[in-house]
Design a protein around this ligand. Sequence first.
Ligand code: BGC
Length: 749
Amino acid sequence: MQVKNNLDNNSLMVNESLLSTSNGYFGVRGNFEEGYRNDYDTIRGTYINGFYETTDITYGEGAFGYPNTSQKIVNVIDGQTIKIYIDGELFNLFDGKVIDFKRKLDIEKGYSLRYIEWISKKGHHLKITIKRLASFTTLELFIIDYEVESVNYSGEIQIESTLNADVKNYSNKSDQRVASGHTKLLHVDKIDKNHGIATISSKTKISNLTIASSMNHNLNMEYTVKENSIIGMVKKNIKASEKISLIKYISFTDSIRHDDCFKESKNVVNVAMKNGEKYYFKDQEEYLNEFWKYSKINIDGEIEEEKAINYNIYQLLSSIGKVKNTNISAKGLSGEGYEGHYFWDTEIYMVPFFTLTNPQLAKRLLKFRYETLESAKIEAEKLGHKKGVKIPWRTISGSECSAYFLSGSAQYHINADVAYSYIQYYLATNDTEFLKEFGLEVLYKTALLWLDVGYFNNEGKFSIDAVTGPDEYTVMVNNNYYTNSLAKYHLKWVCKLSSILEKENISDWNRLKSKIAINENELTNMKNASEKMILLYSDELKINLQDDAFLKRKEWDLENTSEENYPLLLHYHPLYIYRYKVSKQADTILAHFLLDNETDIIMKNSYSYYEKITTHDSSLSPCIFSIMASRIKKIDKAYHYYKMTSKLDIENIKGNTKDGLHIANAGGVYMTIVYGFSGLRIKENGIHLSPIKPKEWTSYTFRINYKNSLVKVTISDKINIETEKEISLIIDKTKYLISGKRSLNYNNF
Ligand code: BGC
């Protein structure tokens, strides 16, 4: 994926996110090694997944049970800096003459590339190629492969390479989606420079975590400690047409995952140097070959779209935590927006991709909620619940970090979102072992909360009051359709899975029951609550109602709202917004997509109704509208909304890509193709398809890993299937048993 190469400040900051190099454990933004001009702004950042500082939340007026602390992803030690001085002049893109300048992220080989052809003010001509690799196979390792070729210069060249621990987080007071305070989070603990390896460790004050980082180089450097950094320096002679190659190995280790992170950090670069950079570049490519075997999407007809889609998929892989206590934050590891917090984005927008292509990685995401159940229990108690656990709305280590409960803690639907992702994982994999070990406990404890938060009303219906659904422009409502319908599904499935496991092996089931403390009466209550759940419907409009007061609110005149006033949240007081019938994002229609639980006509009507009042101020919205447009066979709309997703970051459509990539949207891009255009759903009786095809495309292809079998699906004017094992496929209600290759005629586009 190639990016636009303007040297204005805004484009550079957007490219810092787009060209970040991450492997799910750490991420380095695409800053220039040598830096920018002094008057430019930059978010020079390196982040470790799940590595945070605890920060205070100060309320003007607090209330009982509000979280007092939050967590914030830390900008850790910076190993990016490399400076080249040629005949006394510092190479940089703002002096001298830039003849050629290209940047790209190679998603097949797994590195980012910067190529520059440059003539210094004194007329020295250089070609510089810089590759950066965050290793998928040695998660702690970052490599910068820096090659300088002299075209016409013969003489001395001085190379400086720095490990800098004088780092700060970014802040922006005018945007609530970026943090506004708490910038200096790391304090140097130890510095050491022995045997060619420079190492610094730094600590956070309150969370008491340590991060260590080391660097070494293929060239012999002399190291000097200067305040909180170590600078390596070497002078070399170069002749015209000669090349000098600097390989910088940088490691990151942390005290959550490593017993002695200082020692292990040194060890990583020591081993890396012995193996040499070629070894890791090759390994990276092999790892990615395996990844793309299940994950690649091909588009015949629009090559730029194919690139955009796979770029988004690559970012999902780059963002997913692969070690314990990690998940995917809203911006992955590409920036500090939303402070590195994990949201429901994971379960509803990101898990689906991993469940369908890489169930091993999906399990990591699912396990995170298991690992943090204790904190979810504490949160439920704080909210006054006598039973169950409450998944935090936003968190890093497991405790609730939302300081604004109306669109934070009140989003109880997150309990059902987590459950939904476990159920989908089970349907795609049949992995009952996972259910027994982790899954059922999470499903049961999150479901218990519904029994405490909801109640049977006078008519014997199950009601859930005072919650916020996904649409954050409508808060604290009763019987939000999304929440209720997902809770209904959640409760039903806990009962169903319990009986599946009971039938499978009664003594195992009894052991599990006592381990989780499953109570038979509660299972009966869950069944009743699920059956009696209120799902609001308007006879007049023939749509599902977002909540019981939704229709009463005033209409917002969206047509006459000027472009500059979007997103509304940055231009209107929340109270003003709450009084209107206006949605930030897909809510009711998201439930329709996930559950496919209403008639076609209700889904169509609801789609048209909610489309008119939705601003898509959240990047989590257009993909869902695209999927549902496909579901109701509105091909042009499906393609229109798809187009709003595929290049959302690449073209900085939301205007805030500089703060990090929108990773839920990246998952959404995948979903618009697989769930949207192809209509895929995984149900108990097999894989369902109901495809459409945008007229701009001749065909599109995707692969999934279904119950350990690679299934390749191509939609053209036919449906072509290739599967390793026999699968049951339902196309628009007609069932097929397919093994090997099969081509089916299809004319329902
Ligand atoms: C959306 C939430 C989302 C959060 C993080 C907000 O703008 O409204 O649904 O979880 O961003 O991506």
